[in-house]
Design a protein around this ligand. Structure first.
Ligand code: HEC
Length: 148
């Protein structure tokens, strides 16, 4: 876990340090416009789900945070058929990235429920760690892939 976090921080740092206009090293994943649109729409849903999760945690609404984390990360399927069409264009390493996000979302749900049952500094630290892992899963994929 720590290693994964370290490597994603390093990847982010590299991305941030690269001079403007430097070569984009992310792998280009080609797909038709319709699939691109679906993927980006899904990303916007990720963004708002993650914002809601953080807000629920800040307000100690742990069950609501847990429910969103386990159902919306990765985003709950649009129409499953459309989702399958979009997923078919993703390389397997990108699908692995999606699975990492799913796993991180599930772990966040578990830690949030534990924090609901036991209000303690220790439990909140576990929640914070799980939030960081979710964010790391987003960042890892963004550091490696682009679709346009
Ligand atoms: C499996 C890979 C993957 C994961 C995991 C992932 N993303 Fe993305 N995301 C992408 C790709 C690819 C793009 C498009 C990048 C490009 O070509 O501009 C993107 C773009 C975005 C955008 C920009 C949308 C736009 O209209 O420009 C947002 C916002 C975003 N992601 C949020 C998130 C958040 C929040 C998470 C985690 C909760 C997340 N993503 C996890 C692959 C991923």
């Amino acid at each position: 876990m720590r290693l994964r976090l370290l490597s994603s921080s390093a990847a982010l740092l590299l991305l941030l340090l690269s001079p403007a206009g430097a070569e984009d090293r992310r792998e280009m994943v080609a797909m038709p416009e319709e699939a691109q649109h679906r993927l980006l729409q899904g990303m916007h849903d990720h963004m708002s789900a993650f914002a809601s999760i953080l807000s629920y945690i800040a307000n100690e609404h742990f069950e609501s945070a847990a429910r969103l984390a386990e159902t919306q990360l990765p985003i709950g399927p649009m129409d499953p058929e459309t989702e399958q069409d979009m997923l078919a264009y993703l390389p397997s390493a990108m699908l692995d990235g999606r699975s990492s996000l799913k796993e991180a979302g599930k772990r966040l749900a578990v830690t949030a429920r534990r924090a609901a049952a036991e209000h303690s500094y220790y439990r909140m630290r576990k929640v914070a760690g799980a939030v960081a892992d979710v964010q790391a899963a987003c960042a890892m994929c963004h550091a490696h892939y682009r679709i346009r």
